[in-house]
Design a protein around this ligand. Structure first.
Ligand code: MN
Length: 203
């Protein structure tokens, strides 16, 4: 068993894996400039300040997430979550999972449509800022997990497969107050090939 690991050191700003306008019209270039270059970059910079001269300074990001709390956890987890989020989306992405992941989705949720409905509903019912995750345990069982603020299923010992960022900064420029429209459109740019790759690494 292996885990998807983001091994970047904490001071490394990971570039967006596609052009800023690549996800239009669902996510605008303006949103991605703010989301990546301002919000995500600020978490990385803040983490650098908070960890300078501490035991965390040379740790891989994922290890910091698993071993810290308070402000260091919040900034480390937000840095990790954002790299994972940007990497979960793609232009002209594979729209439907196949293979083992598809079998697991059908077994655990009934169908892909039901999985999307449940993740969308949880995104709408999550109060305030947070993330809705699709995650797996080490046996391949799938879970949908809402987390407030910087929360991540990594701290539950689960393996993240996909996440929806429901912080207002993820959608407010494009969708204003309509989290519903934002989340429904996210499905158009989810890169199921990447989600499958993460799932296939578990077994
Ligand atoms: Mn965000």
């Amino acid at each position: 068993m292996t885990m998807t690991t983001i091994t970047t050191t904490l001071l490394t700003l990971v570039e967006l894996p596609y052009a800023y306008d690549a996800l239009e019209p669902y996510i605008s270039a303006e949103t991605l400039h703010f989301h990546h270059d301002k919000h995500y970059a600020t978490y990385v910079a803040k983490l650098g300040e908070l960890t300078e001269g501490t035991q965390y300074a040379t740790m891989p990001l994922e290890k910091i997430v698993l071993s810290s709390d308070g402000a260091i956890f919040n900034n480390a987890a937000q840095a990790w979550n954002h790299v994972f989020y940007f990497d979960s989306l793609a232009p002209r992405a594979k729209h439907h999972p196949t293979g083992e992941l598809r079998k697991a989705i059908d077994k655990d949720f009934g169908s892909l449509e039901k999985l999307k409905e449940r993740m969308t509903a949880m995104s709408l019912s999550l109060f305030g800022s947070g993330w809705v995750w699709l995650a797996s345990d080490h046996d391949g069982q799938l879970y949908i997990i809402p987390k407030a603020n910087a929360g991540t299923p990594l701290t539950d010992g689960l393996i993240p497969l996909l996440c929806i960022d429901v912080w207002e900064h993820a959608y407010y420029i494009d969708y204003r107050n309509s989290r519903k429209d934002a989340v429904e459109n996210i499905w158009k740019v989810v890169n199921w090939a990447k989600v499958e790759e993460r799932y296939d690494e578990i077994k």
